[in-house]
Structures are given as C-alpha cells and as structure tokens.
Design a binder for this molecule. Sequence first.
Ligand code: URA
Length: 247
Amino acid sequence: MRLDKFICKSTELTRNEAKKLLKSGEVRVNGEVAKNPAMQVHENNDITVDGQTLTARTSRYFMLHKVADSICSNVDEIYPSVLHFLDVDRAFDLHIAGRLDADTTGLVLITDDGRWSHNVISPKKDCKKVYRVWLRDAIPTEKAEALIEHFTQGIQLQGESSLTRPAVLEIVTDTDNDTSNINVDNRANEVLLTITEGKYHQVKRMFAAVGNRVVGLHREQIGEIKLADLSAGEWRELTAEEVALFN
Ligand code: URA
C-alpha cells in the first residue's frame, strides 16, 4: 500500500497530516528517510517515526443491508452515506466495494482493504452479483426463452463499445423466499439477474436496452456472500471464511 496510507492505518493521523509528517523527514523505511507519500510499502518493511516502529491496524470487513434513499459514497449528498449506518469507529475511513444506486436496496460490502475490494469489483475476477429485479412490464411466457438467451449472449448498452458479459436471467415464479422490503404487487414482473461486472446503472440499462424498465432493484448476493436474513439497515462483520473468498 502507499506509505501515507500505511501511516494513517497505524496512527490516528489523517492523510494530509501523514503527508506533512513525511515532508518533515521523520519517517524512515528500512532505515532510509522516506518523503514520498506514494511510495509502495509492505507490512514486512520496517517503518519508523522518530525511531518508533509503526504497526498497521488489521483491515476491517462488513456487510450492510442498504436501505433506499442512502448513497454508496463517503460524502453525504442529497441522501446520507450508507457509512452512517455502521456503528463502528472511524466508519468514514472505510469504502464501499461495489456501489448501489440511491434507490437500490440490499447487500453492500464495506472495507478498508483496497486489494480485497478490487477482487470484488474487477470484471476480470468474474465475481457474480445476484439482483432481484422488479420490472414495469411482465415478461410474456412465450418471450422468456429468447430473452434469457439474449442476456446470455450479451446486451448492447447505449454508449458502450462492447456487449455486456454473459448474464443469467431467471424468471421468478416462487415468491416464498422473497427477503426484500420492496412492496410490488405484480409478482409476474419479478426476475433474478446474475452479472459479473458493474457498469454504471448496469441492470437498469440492460432492461432499458430490451424495452423494459426496472421499478425495483435489490442485491441479494456477491460471490458466495449472501445477505440472507440481515434486516434492512442492519450490518455485521464478515466471517473469516467470507473474507477469505476475496483474498
Ligand atoms: N445496476 C443498477 O442499475 N443499479 C444498481 O444499483 C446496481 C446495479
């Protein structure tokens, strides 16, 4: 990680304060004075300030059931950041691994481990994200097969040069397992969509590209991590097994 980030993770200093400290020449990496905040360092480097060795705090990993009218950002805008829901120290030092729109509900992963969140987000890692989607127009039974094939082959989104990666579309017929808090009467309009990338407004744009419209969106799963019975607005730490899935 960057040296200035390492200093933040091992002290109470902010990023700006860490940079000032570096400028002062008091920081050494393996005995050499280090002034470049962008210098890449590892946990096994000996990093000292005034002769005292720094030890980075261990990384933190959480899941949150995002409610509508909250945003996946570290700053509040029209709606408050989802980080307000996390009742932990220095919540705003964390970041969101895979954003949801303000009106989307469901599973959000939150961490301060950039390499881990890269593994969640990068399309190259092929991590599946499962969304429950409510549509304006029900999919007629006779058109379902062709639509499922279209989603498998890839959808041409407006403004994109390549097709979407293969996606799995399932028409939901059994609503007994519906864990969302969205109240939509017409259950014939409900589908599950699994994608492995996260283009801007991807799910909404995929359905817009086939002439439909998303009226409710809820993320249920990222990789093998499931929201399961976590209530809306609730959060919990990830288990060691869940963290290991993206290491
Ligand atoms: N796709 C969308 O369109 N919105 C989201 O919030 C997530 C995926």
